[in-house]
Design a protein around this ligand. Structure first.
Ligand code: 5GP
Length: 193
């Protein structure tokens, strides 16, 4: 998606260890106009699917997910990273965080993920695919169906894209980065959408 790639080139910053910092328009300060354009693009790409719920993980997935939910008029559930003392009937799974180098639990109430749900997962980054694997597990535990996974930015030099595409679930990434070597942002040409 050209608009996102141009913005990444303009405002994205490379950090050591293959991390792209986008906190001036996605992860901290947010650009709602760009968020809306990205959500429109997800809606276009997933138009072939029957979806009745959007799922994401707090915190950075919430903004794009709620934009998609707003456009499609669907509820948006976010997996929580801290288990609320008031939450009963929880589904829990462990996720390894690439950026924080540690594992943490994510949880969703069984009240908001049911057997007849057809769920679309939206998140900011696809790196090693651990967040995606966690969502696959939660949706499976609920007996629901994960029909698609949409990421704003995929880093193709990490393994998540290959792993998640092997599940057969439709995966869409709006900007795919081939390399951040020498702090130069290079996009994958094959996916130049
Ligand atoms: P994964 O679970 O696919 O390994 O990593 C996805 C999660 O890690 C994302 O939700 C995001 O929060 C974080 N992440 C992974 N790579 C990056 C990156 O390059 N930059 C930022 N800002 N977050 C990242």
């Amino acid at each position: 998606m050209k608009e996102l790639k141009d913005r990444i080139l303009k405002d994205g910053k490379c950090l050591p260890g293959g991390i792209l910092k986008v906190d001036s328009f996605i992860n901290h300060q947010m650009d709602p106009i760009l968020m809306k354009s990205m959500a429109d693009e997800f809606v276009r790409r997933f138009a072939n699917l029957e979806i009745n719920k959007i799922i994401t993980i707090e915190a950075s997935g919430i903004a794009p997910a709620i934009m998609v939910g707003y456009i499609l008029d669907l509820p948006v559930v976010f997996a929580k990273k801290k288990q609320p003392s008031t939450m009963e009937n929880m589904l829990v799974t462990e996720v390894y965080s690439f950026t924080k180098n540690q594992s943490y639990n994510i949880c969703v109430s069984k009240d908001y993920l049911k057997t007849d749900d057809k769920v679309l997962f939206i998140d900011d980054f696809l790196a090693n695919g651990n967040a995606g694997k966690g969502i696959i597990d939660l949706v499976e535990q609920a007996g629901a169906e994960l029909v698609g996974m949409g990421f704003l930015i995929e880093k193709a030099f990490q393994d998540g894209g290959r792993i998640l595409r092997n599940t057969g679930i439709q995966i869409e990434s709006l900007a795919i980065i081939e390399s951040l070597d020498n702090c130069e942002i290079r996009f994958l040409k094959a996916y130049d959408a």
